[in-house]
Design a protein around this ligand. Structure first.
Ligand code: R5P
Length: 301
């Protein structure tokens, strides 16, 4: 026994405090459906989702993996880097992570791990596009995979997800399932319930869907893991803020927004306004006032 711990004749009871009357608390994890993950996985989820608000503002700019340099993403180094400090997590590809994002950036990274077809081909024909080993090497907080429920290559895309879930469970890396709605499919609550539930049942740690104005609360209620919403096509800023508020009010655990931030007239002001709605419960109208005044501030390069 080390000398300092050896009992002596003069040992006083007050020298140590074991709080014998205070049982150790066993706390549940703050994200729904996430108690049974391993410590490493929940630690990663707690980097994506703010443990105080329980929500996240993810910035999605992975569109180039099938669309190339789409509007707003022609030069990620110029247009996106200034937004990064305001995002809880960046959703991007490993190519952009390595080529553009400084390694000193310490917010969470959710890395796209599926891909293959371009906009010129059948989009559902994706394969796994990044090994879990490389994801671990890049210290990501989660990997993202597109799932095409109802799509031509539905089963293949679900198999991409389940393989990533198996690999992710081995390493403590959560999988974000991104539900992709085909052009001919109805973008309604019935579809979102079906797609998000399948992803959660088959092991996704969290799911990304589009917001639907009718019955979105049934989508979040029937999905046993957190849901984040995609922003979708560019909307006027106030409408985008209202969509974020509605989604969160109806049970979403945050947003994973791309075009409605980086195609906004003032993207830095917009991401800050989205944060106010998601994390601070600010009304969309007040957040829009904030946006209007923040966009007048001179921008530092
Ligand atoms: C689409 O497949 C990509 O995963 C995007 O990250 C996603 O759709 C979110 O971007 P946006 O808010 O522009 O819809």
């Amino acid at each position: 026994m080390p000398e300092a711990d050896a009992p002596t004749k003069n040992d006083k009871k007050s020298d140590k405090e074991f709080y014998v009357d205070v049982p150790q608390e066993s706390r549940s994890f703050f994200l729904k459906g996430s108690n049974a993950h391993d410590w490493g996985m929940n630690n990663r989820l707690a980097r994506i989702f703010n443990p105080q608000s329980g929500k996240t503002v993810m910035l999605a700019f992975d569109h180039g993996y099938f669309q190339g340099p789409t509007t707003g993403l022609e030069r990620v180094d110029i247009t996106i880097l200034p937004l990064c400090p305001y995002a809880d997590a960046l959703m991007l590809t490993r190519g952009i992570l390595r080529s553009v994002i400084p390694p000193a950036f310490t917010n969470a990274v959710v890395m796209r791990a599926s891909g293959g077809p371009s906009i010129l081909k059948e989009l559902s024909n994706e394969q796994i596009a990044c090994s879990m080993e490389d994801a671990v090497r890049m210290n990501v907080s989660a990997v993202a995979v597109q799932v095409f429920i109802g799509g031509e290559f539905e089963t293949q895309s679900v198999a991409n997800m389940t393989r990533l879930v198996d690999q992710g469970n081995r390493h403590g890396i959560p999988v974000l399932a991104v539900t992709a709605v085909g052009k001919d499919m109805a973008r309604d609550a019935k579809y979102m319930r079906l797609a998000s539930r399948i992803c959660a049942e088959l092991g996704a740690a969290f799911v990304k869907t589009y917001y639907v104005p009718e019955g979105f609360e049934t989508v979040t209620a029937s999905c046993p893991v957190p849901i984040v919403i995609a922003g979708g096509k560019k909307l006027p800023e106030l409408e985008a803020l209202r969509m974020a508020r509605d989604a969160v009010a109806q049970g979403a655990a945050g947003v994973d927004m791309g075009r409605n931030i980086f195609q906004a007239e003032a993207p830095v002001a917009m991401i800050q306004a989205v944060r106010k709605v998601v994390h601070e419960n600010m009304s969309p109208e007040h957040a829009f006032d904030f946006y209007q005044s923040a966009k007048k501030q001179p921008r530092k390069r």
